[in-house]
Design a protein around this ligand. Structure first.
Ligand SMILES: Cc1ncc(C[n+]2csc(CCOP(=O)(O)OP(=O)(O)O)c2C)c(N)n1
Ligand SMILES: [Mg+2]
Length: 771
């Protein structure tokens, strides 16, 4: 990093003001200038942007290196667009269409924005924590020899102070401490205001302690240089200033110089007279607004001083809405300047009417060369990076042998085989699990490939020759990253590892395992990973009441419905080991495919008899969401439609009923998610003239419209009952609608109506209705 010279500081201050202008103008334009057809409020956060324009100017035009990656707090999105506008990587057209269809997005989006966005943000807290996991992945890649020292960077999160209430941040720093995380800068825009109000006082001493105890350095930027000097000369004033509650401080910032004067006069009387005599109202307001987060000298100095790799929390004091008419007002979060206020700001910033979008408008001739030079120097690596895809060859993955198997055990075997066979794919797999590595059958893989730690960590039990199936030496070549029990961290880890191709130019194949019911625990982080198109394989096992004796708290019910509604995540639920092997192979291909996605496998601990296959014709259907395990006859009156671990009940019922129900078929559904998507996509295509029916339509058209479907899943019955809507066939849905409980499979299947008797009754009902 180049050392700033005095003229750079001046140029940075000018850029700070340009960013404040451009972000405010972009939002104003979308709300007040662009015509609106629907009368909907467009919105935007002028105050949240003004609060951190200096911080972002100091970062992007001074402190950031070409390999640094930044998560920007969602409501500062317009500042990021303004920065890229100045750098030449954002177009005026995109800014004019801010929050419009296809325009610059409200909150930074990796996939939808045209500018390079390192991490999408929106759901506060998650953008912060993903930087920590990205840094871990950087260390992982370096340790594995896949990333040159020169290509390493720092991970920066720009955080709103109220964002620090999100618990996932603390889960992340605890995990980070275990892994000696480094190269992080988290910068808090400490404007002491949230969305609703001013934030709680004195929490910051606590935040300091929490971060410090996790190994972080905390740097507080409370005062700008001017205010710091003045307060140093007036210790009593300083003492008073530092005990002002957040709400009072914000109110004074909003009210301005006259209010400061009145307040100081009331507080200190004659003692303040001399001091106050030295300032007019504007100067007084400006002095007390000189907080650290608005002072370019302080910011540059602090960033320059933190060049080692110690994770650092900067607490930069700011004023929400700094320099705008609603600065400090507690209601300013979504506040928008009206046209008169905007015109006043424009004049105040020397922006000529009609020249609002001019890049360097209002910058005097003397200052221009300095500003232009700074922009030029910062242009490195600002173009949107190409995403690394399609470079890894995925070998065929054979099904593990065995007449009786569970999908969970088969998963463990498949990974063990991969670890032994080796090759590029196996070397690029990184597994991770929130303290359920052993119970999700990853143990054998870890025995082979080891735990990842930057430093060597011996397995004490193995060294002492104490018998154990798990031999967990840890070193920097290990391929399993063990996490504490925090499912949100699992998904953030998968998000970071799943972006490795984009972030580091090196594709990883991340596999995360957890118990199916605990998906809900990290759901927003899972959605967040999918939202930014991170690629991974999620293996959720065990699932459903099929878990039996372990009971209701561990028996999942609704994850197939979650998956049905989750974009960019494909749900597969295999019954047999060969289906599972095909799905895993396919999931690996999808990870490395530009048009691919992530995969969620819902597995079971139930050992079931494997099926004899005449050929491979089932495979294509299984990967597309379903296939006829027992083809229906002509004019069949009914079919059993079953998914996953309850397939033996479905098969047994099929055997029992097929004589009474002529032509009875058995449809094995492997992905309600894919069937549903295909169905709606085919409908949409039909509007464009394409007639090709979807996979589910083809499957169900083997039955007459009058046929009935008995659907069966160890999950919410709505996972499959919608199938009746495809061709209008009648449905009798069987599934789990109440919380599970302990019991043997026979007891539970009978109580929850997943057994042969229930299938027979459901079939009878449908046939009676038909008759
Ligand atoms: C998980 C989540 N909950 C709620 C919101 C809505 N929201 C957006 S910004 C915000 C307050 C942010 O305050 P702060 O972090 O201090 O940011 P500032 O605008 O003050 O910089 C809230 C509640 C959200 N985006 N994400
Ligand atoms: Mg705030």
């Amino acid at each position: 990093m180049l050392k700033p010279v005095a003229t750079d500081i001046e140029a940075l201050k000018i850029l700070d003001e340009r960013l404040r202008w451009l972000s405010a103008w972009t939002i104003h334009h979308a709300n007040h200038v662009r015509t609106s057809d629907d009368g909907l409020k467009v919105g935007g956060h002028q105050a949240s942007c003004a609060s951190m324009s200096a911080i972002m100017a100091a970062l992007y035009f001074h402190a950031l290196g070409p390999h640094d990656r930044v998560a920007v707090k969602p409501h500062a999105g317009p500042l990021l667009h303004a920065i890229h506008y100045l750098l030449g990587s954002q177009s005026r057209e995109q800014l004019e269409n801010f929050r419009g269809f296809g325009g610059a997005q409200s909150y930074p989006s990796r996939t939808k924005d045209k500018i390079p966005v390192d991490f999408s943000t929106g759901s506060v807290g998650l953008g912060v924590a993903i930087t920590l996991f990205a840094s871990l992945i950087q260390d992982y890649l370096s340790a594995h020899g896949s990333l040159d020292e020169a290509d390493r960077g720092r991970f920066v999160a720009l955080i709103g102070d109220a964002e620090l209430d999100e618990g996932n941040i603390y889960e992340a720093i605890i995990e980070g401490a275990k892994h000696d995380v480094r190269n992080l800068w988290w910068i808090v825009d400490y404007n002491r205001q949230s969305l609703d109000a001013t934030s709680a006082d004195r929490m910051f001493e606590r935040f300091d302690e929490i971060f410090q105890s996790c190994g972080w350095r905390v740097v507080e930027l409370r005062y700008g240089k001017r205010l710091q000097t003045v307060l140093a000369e007036h210790p009593t004033l300083k003492g008073w200033f530092e005990t002002l509650p957040n709400a009072e401080l914000s109110a004074l910032h909003y009210q301005g110089g006259a209010a400061w004067r009145k307040r100081l006069d009331a507080e200190f009387g004659k003692d303040a007279a001399d001091f106050l005599g030295g300032y007019d109202d504007d100067a007084l307001a400006s002095l007390f607004s000189d907080l650290g987060g608005h002072c370019m000298e302080s910011l540059v100095e602090a960033f320059d001083a933190a060049q080692d790799d110690v994770p650092t929390l900067f607490i930069a004091w700011t004023i929400k809405g700094f320099g705008l008419p609603f600065a400090g007002h507690k209601d300013n979060h979504a506040g928008l300047m009206n046209p008169t206020q905007m015109a006043a700001l424009r004049t105040g910033m020397d922006v000529r009417e009609g020249q609002e979008w001019e890049l360097l408008e209002g910058i005097g001739d003397n200052a221009r060369p300095g500003v232009e030079a700074l922009i030029e120097r910062s242009r490195i690596a600002r173009e949107k990076r190409g995403r690394a895809f399609g470079s890894v060859s995925v070998p065929a993955i054979p099904a593990p042998a065995g007449d009786e198997q569970s999908t969970q055990a088969a998963f463990g075997r498949i990974l063990l085989d991969l670890s032994k066979t080796g090759g590029d794919l196996a070397d690029r797999i990184v597994t991770t699990s929130p303290d359920v590595t052993v119970s999700t059958n990853l143990g054998a893989w870890v025995n082979q490939r080891g735990l990842f730690r930057r430093g060597e960590m011996a397995d004490v039990f193995a060294k002492e020759k104490i018998a154990s199936a798990q031999k967990w030496n840890a070193n920097n070549r290990g391929q399993h990253i063990e996490l504490g029990i925090a499912e949100s961290n699992l998904f953030l880890m998968l998000a970071a590892a799943g972006l490795s191709g984009d972030l580091f130019g090196q594709r990883l194949f991340p596999i995360g395992t957890l118990y199916d019911p605990f998906i809900a625990r990290g759901l927003d982080a899972l959605n967040y990973a999918c939202y930014q198109d991170a690629r991974f394989l999620l293996v959720a096992t065990p699932s459903g009441i099929t878990l039996g004796p372990e009971g209701g708290a561990h028996q999942s019910i609704n994850p197939p419905l979650i998956a049905l509604g989750q974009p960019s995540l494909r749900h597969y639920e295999p019954a047999y080991a060969d289906e599972l092997a095909a799905m895993i192979e396919h999931a690996f291909r999808l990870i490395d495919d530009p048009n691919g996605e992530s995969t969620y496998l819902r597995l079971s601990t139930r050992n079931i008899m494997q099926i004899e296959r005449a050929d491979d014709s089932w495979r294509e259907g299984a990967l597309a969401g379903g296939y006829w395990l027992r083809a229906p006859g002509d004019n069949a009156e009914a079919a059993i439609v079953a998914m996953g671990a309850v397939m033996p009940e479905a098969l047994a019922a099929w055997e029992e009923l097929r004589e009474d129900v002529p032509g009875l078929g058995l449809l094995a559904v492997t992905s309600p998610d894919l069937l549903h998507r295909g169905w709606t996509a085919a409908q949409a295509r039909r509007w464009q003239g394409a007639r090709e029916p979807s996979h589910v339509e083809q499957l169900l058209s083997k039955l007459p419209r009058t046929a009935g479907l008995v659907t069966l899943a160890d999950a919410a019955p709505a996972s499959l009952s919608w199938l009746g809507g495809v061709l209008g066939q009648r449905v009798a849905p069987l599934g789990v609608e109440k919380f599970g409980q302990t019991g043997s499979l026979a007891d539970l299947y009978a109580a929850y109506r997943l057994d042969g008797a229930a299938i027979t009754e459901a079939a009878a009902e449908i046939l009676l209705q038909n008759g």
